[in-house]
Design a protein around this ligand. Structure first.
Ligand SMILES: Nc1ncnc2c1ncn2[C@@H]1O[C@H](COP(=O)(O)OP(=O)(O)OP(=O)(O)O)[C@@H](O)[C@H]1O
Ligand SMILES: Cc1ncc(COP(=O)(O)O)c(N)n1
Length: 528
């Protein structure tokens, strides 16, 4: 059953390009952008506008490679790759701005977020003063512009025909400037209040065309790790907008992610100045750092982990005698009686797995198994115990029939059956689908394995003899349909385990192991 594929939509990973400068200390610029894009679920690419020599304390130098080489980088990407969103950061000078503006006009990327980087957190300039006006031509190509308060004032001046505008000192003033920039460019403006004095760090998404202002508020986080917050926020918004298609939702989620990353920045202990935010802190704590095993590896590990239990089952006098046909009728019938009792409740447990299964394929599989367990197995037992010659190939004496039937219907569950069922029913009652599915698996797997090896003569040739007293019983063990269902069950359970957290996977393994030990006790009971 290829359950998962049909029911789980595969998420399209946004392909996001950062056009920005390099920060070798890794906290801002393209380095921050690539981390941010990845952290919120995108595939990051970068075209480098400039190299800086900087660290958390400041910028020591800026090298701007020939603008043609930036054009070559951009063309190499767009000639080959569909770009879902672009984030533009440090542009260094007017020539670079022209190259980027020309490329944007030619490529019609669906989402353009422009972070008009002018001055680093440290106070060092990252854009030539004479390039500030050139920015004016780039602004209408953006869907969203994300200036801090200083940059916002410069942009407000630029769109007001180069009349200087003083940086906003109040949040209301900042919003008014953002409205002016939005009205002049058609772009949305995210005015950022990170540089405002006071205990709040508000942002406002302003769209003059729809007269909309959406404010985002949040307490200022007490930290020195604010290097690259602007870069990180803008790349996260670009990525999330490509995924969500809703600016307010994209900014809201980007802000939540940035705030989480800000809180963990100092713990990175990077540099003595303004350190970087910890871009992956949330992922590390929620998703873990270890790789997840593949379903097939889990199957091998769990099966290998019960090797001692399986060897002990193989060595049981009951199994040996069953294989060579020397098993007395009485313990065999006692076993059948316990198996019938077991299967009735096992069917209930399988039905519970069906009820808890997260998708229709799982539901159907376990419901089918519950049905099979009830109808198929019980019918066979009853026929065995009533000596139906057609079903068994071996006619039983009539007196035995009555005894057999009486046995199966009158027997009480013995200690092994009770313990096994209590384990399964309790696991079902706890309501964790994955753990329950792991708990019911050994009953499939151990039986099929045993059946296949009995049929292959691993326990002696007598098991293959059509005259064997329990021939038809042995046949049901080696039923190919049961083998197919078992492979499906293994696949279903190990896929669930591969997707589970390490803790949940361990709970699944423990439930699997416990059931395997109950199988051993169950097989041992008739001759105990
Ligand atoms: N200490 C803080 N606590 C909470 N949020 C903050 C803090 N500092 C910055 N932010 C947030 O980080 C984002 C970037 O804001 P900021 O105004 O600092 O932009 P920027 O100046 O471009 O960035 P940078 O400070 O990296 O140069 C905004 O969403 C802002 O609200
Ligand atoms: C290469 C580069 N680009 C941008 C910034 C600004 O970073 P931020 O304003 O996010 O601190 C920076 N310091 N270095």
């Amino acid at each position: 059953m290829t359950a998962g594929a049909a029911t789980h939509r595969v998420r399209r990973v946004p392909r996001v390009l950062s056009i920005a400068g390099s920060d070798p200390s890794g906290g801002a610029g393209i380095q921050a952008d690539l981390k941010s894009i990845a952290a919120v679920g995108g595939y990051g690419m970068s075209a480098i506008t400039a190299l800086t020599a900087q660290n958390t304390r400041g910028v020591r130098g800026v090298h701007v490679p020939p603008a043609e080489f930036l054009a070559a980088q951009l063309d190499a990407i767009s000639d080959d790759i569909a770009i879902d969103a672009v984030k533009v950061g440090m542009l260094a000078n007017a020539e670079v701005i022209t190259v980027v503006a020309d490329w944007l006009r030619r490529t019609s990327v669906p989402i353009v977020v422009l972070d008009p980087v002018m001055v680093a957190t440290s106070g060092d300039r990252l854009l030539d003063p004479d390039a500030e006006l050139a920015l004016r031509d780039l602004l209408p190509l953006a869907d969203l512009i994300t200036p801090n308060l200083l940059e916002l004032a410069v942009l407000a001046g630029a769109v007001a025909d180069a009349h200087p505008v003083a940086p906003a000192t109040t949040w209301a003033e900042a919003i008014a400037q953002a409205e002016a920039v939005s009205a002049a460019t058609g772009a949305r403006v995210l005015a950022k209040g990170g540089h405002l004095p006071g205990g709040d760090a508000p942002d406002a998404l302003v769209h003059a065309a729809s007269a909309g202002v959406v404010e985002f508020t949040g307490e200022r986080i007490a930290t020195t790790a604010t290097h690259g917050t602007g870069c990180s926020l803008s790349s996260a918004v670009a990525t999330l907008q490509a995924e969500l298609g809703d600016w307010e939702a994209a900014v809201g989620e980007a802000r939540r992610w940035l705030r989480e990353s800000l809180r963990h920045g100092e713990a990175l202990e990077v540099g003595g100045g303004h350190g970087p935010v910890s871009h992956f802190a949330g992922l590390w704590s929620r998703g873990g750092l270890r790789t997840a095993p593949m379903p097939a590896e889990i199957a091998d590990e769990w099966w290998g982990g019960i090797a001692d239990v399986r060897a002990a089952i193989d060595d049981l006098p009951f199994i040996r005698a069953l294989a060579d046909g020397t098993l007395e009728r009485e313990p065999f019938l006692a076993y059948l009686a316990q198996d019938a009792l077991y299967l009735r409740d096992y069917a209930r447990v399988l039905a519970e797995a069906s009820r808890l299964a997260p998708d229709a394929a799982g539901q159907a599989f376990w419901a089918d198994s519950a049905h099979g367990s009830l109808v198929g197995e019980l019918e066979l037992h009853t026929r065995w115990l009533t000596g139906d010659a057609d079903a068994t190939g071996v006619a039983l004496p009539t007196e035995a029939d009555a005894t057999s039937a009486a046995l199966v219907f009158a027997a009480e569950p013995d200690a092994a059956t009770t313990a096994y069922l209590d384990h399964l029913l309790a696991t079902g009652a706890r309501g964790d689908y994955a753990v329950l599915a792991a708990a019911v698996l050994p009953c499939f797997w151990i039986y099929v394995d045993l059946g296949e090896r009995l049929a292959a003569g691993e326990f002696g040739q007598r098991a293959l003899d059509p005259e064997h007293p329990y021939a038809s019983w042995l046949e049901t063990y080696a039923d190919p349909a049961f083998a197919v269902a078992t492979r499906e069950a293994i696949e279903l359970v190990t896929r669930e385990a591969a997707a589970a957290t390490p803790e949940r996977r361990e709970a699944m393994r423990r439930a699997f192991h416990a059931s395997a030990r109950h199988e051993l006790a169950f097989f041992a009971a008739p001759l105990a």
